[in-house]
Design a protein around this ligand. Sequence first.
Ligand SMILES: Nc1nc2c(c(=O)[nH]1)N[C@H]1C(S)=C(S)[C@@H](COP(=O)(O)O)O[C@H]1N2
Ligand SMILES: [Mo]
Length: 530
Amino acid sequence: MRPQGAAALAGIVAVGVAIAVGELAAGLVAAIPSPVDAIGQTLIPRFPGSVTSWAIDTFGVANRAVLTSGIVLVALLIGAYAGTAGRRHLATPVLLFGGFAALGVLTSQGQPGAAVVPVTLGLGVAAAAGLVLLRWILARVDEDAARALADARDTQEPGTSSSTAPSTDGTVVTVPRRTVVATAGVAALGAVVAGSFGRWVLGGGVTAEPSELSLPRPQSSLPPVTPAVDASGRIEGLSPILTPTDRFFRIDTALSVPRVDPSTWSLRVSGMVDRPLELSLEDLLAEPMSEIDATIACVSNPVGGDLIGTARWLGTPLADLLDRAGVQDAATQIVGRSVDGWTAGFPTELAFDGRDAIVAIAMNGEPLPARHGFPARLIVPGLFGYVSATKWLQEIELTTWEGFDAYWVPRGWAKEGPVKTGARIDVPRLGERLPAGEVVVAGVAWAPIRGIRGVEVRVDDGPFQPAELIEPLSDQTWVQWTATVAVPQGDRSLQVRAIDGDGVVQPQGPRPPAPDGAEGWHRRSIRVGD
Ligand SMILES: Nc1nc2c(c(=O)[nH]1)N[C@H]1C(S)=C(S)[C@@H](COP(=O)(O)O)O[C@H]1N2
Ligand SMILES: [Mo]
């Protein structure tokens, strides 16, 4: 291996180690946000809306991972440069590593819960670890190169011309691979293990706070979900009527899950109200609680997609809090603001029109997990998440409709986000081979808060036939449906459409998710017979 190559490798590994130490520190110390995420979070709002939308369309839920990988990749490339430059002058890597640490410290200051001293210490240690490792490997590389050069001079006898002898300008001097590769390998492995552990913790792997909370009882409880109201026990592959929390979709702009300290957290009701409120978590838990079943959906959910789920939420009615604060007549918009500065807004009247809008503190009988907004979030049945479902809620601000555009609006998404009527085929599964004859088709359909009046299925482009509806939990939730249809042999497709509670047939579309939600009748290809 040539010394320059070895030096570049050393630089890459050293940056990897520095990043890993930074992520590990972030995982272990709540006041240190992930440096990689901090840089990413600072970049995101600076991207034009078209770039953000493109990234979400192209990479879907993975867009976060793509951004963080990109940042790490660029850092590793700069590391390769730092390594080669560092053979001559250690000043270059010192500047680059120091610069990265400084960038991490600066960008972290916009992150929730960040404290300057721990961040500076953590990133200082991370940069120092990388530099010490780099210096050590570079010293070995130079020693080995010098020795190889000396050996080459000794063995080169006068008058012989050996094709294997290295030239004295050093260009083909080789370094014993073992030292560099072994050190680099061990360091890289350590970096991967430490970095992954840090990321795992940041991703919500350890969430001590939520489980410690004891939940208040609702004023009246909903009946338990029995097999009679959940057909998923009978039909394999059908979505359960309540989505288990660990299978619930997650969508947000947070690169790492905000970890809120329940002892210092508070919720404000502010803006155009006569009596602004501020509630600690204890205060909030003491409010009257209601239990509601509601389906929430993401505007980015494609036809047939799974960015939709139903949970039994526990929370205090939004209307009660607002009445207490005294909403002024001119306040036409309710804006939810999260601890990480994200916002969502919807018309004030929707908190008072009879739907069960709540400040939720629990889902499916457990305190909200960190991923889903611990300690509190808004749930407004019938509205897409991006206009309503603020997680890690910190402030409910009353303002005017014209006076404020929430996070996704300037990025090209519609200002109003009612959930569109939709239906999805869960069974049979994609590409499933089935015996000829009668085929059981099943799935879910939703039109919160209008409810579902009917669901119809058809084979290929044949006539639509009515499906059977399982008794819904409420008009705010999806319904399960099943149908048994005769399917002739061959490559076939099944298609579904829903009819909402007002009797309106779901539009055929197709339309993409942007700017206000996808439209289309979900179709599934199957193979029947041999
Ligand atoms: N703080 C915060 N809350 C947020 C978001 C976000 O980016 N930040 N995304 C919203 C969007 S777009 C959706 S679809 C829902 C998803 O909720 P879930 O992740 O609990 O399923 O959260 C909403 N709440
Ligand atoms: Mo969303």
